[in-house]
Design a protein around this ligand. Sequence first.
Ligand code: B1M
Length: 208
Amino acid sequence: MLEDLKQAVLDGEQEKATQLTEKALNEGTDAERILNDALIAAMDIVGGEYERGDRYVPEMLISAEAMKGAMDVLRPKLAEAGVKARGKVVIGTVEGDLHDIGKNLVIMMLEGSGFEVEDLGIEVPADQFVNAVKEHQPDILGMSALLTTTMVYMPEVVKALEEAGLRSGIKVMLGGAPVTQEYSDKIGADGYAADAASAVELAKKLIS
Ligand code: B1M
């Protein structure tokens, strides 16, 4: 059944993925096993296919949606069983910028890989990032920007984290079309990812 569930996520069949997750739980399959052997396994394949150019954004999105449906059923069971997330990420699109399609895709892929994600939404000011870090104590703070005029806000957030004495306790990850690795290095972030699949790989690397 776990193979069928994995396939349902790969095929982006949300209803089937949700039903199979319920069925597997009802038959006594361990929630963590469902997560690792079916859902995360499927999203690993999706990420790899996307990186090789064998899968496009819409196909990645429908798999992520299927994963989300299954996760809605699984999440309470994982919490009951005390299963810990791989790591925690607080993420938002920076002040002045309302582009969120890419950020949401990154979130879905991170969740699909076992990360707990707190989404701050769009047009997030530096003080909101800082407060969210204090409140949620994430391993990683993620910032997205799609405009050349808003990516320049990213160093403001890094500076605000430093001023609040929080910078050394977390990793800062950047993304968005105009952002580059050079820019990430320049503003003192810990890494940049070009797409959702590489964002997952980077997040894993940053917490290891
Ligand atoms: Co806007 N827009 N837009 N727009 N828009 C762009 C970005 C633009 C390149 C279009 C163009 O002129 N060719 C241009 C920016 C130019 C620049 O600054 N270099 C632009 C502009 C100018 C504007 C406005 C200023 C237009 C205007 O009003 N005059 C305005 C700005 C509004 C604002 O933000 N204040 C504006 C508005 C909008 C809409 C509201 C209409 C809409 C946004 C809807 C929404 O997001 N809810 C929109 C859209 C859709 C686009 C384009 C067409 C598509 C963006 C997108 O969703 N791509 C875009 C042109 C383009 O890219 N072809 C454009 C798909 C998405 C999956 O990719 O977002 O790159 P992407 O995300 C990727 C990676 O970047 C990475 O992973 C994602 C998934 O693979 N990634 C991360 C992203 N965040 C990450 C974070 C990470 C790691 C990886 O870690 C934390």
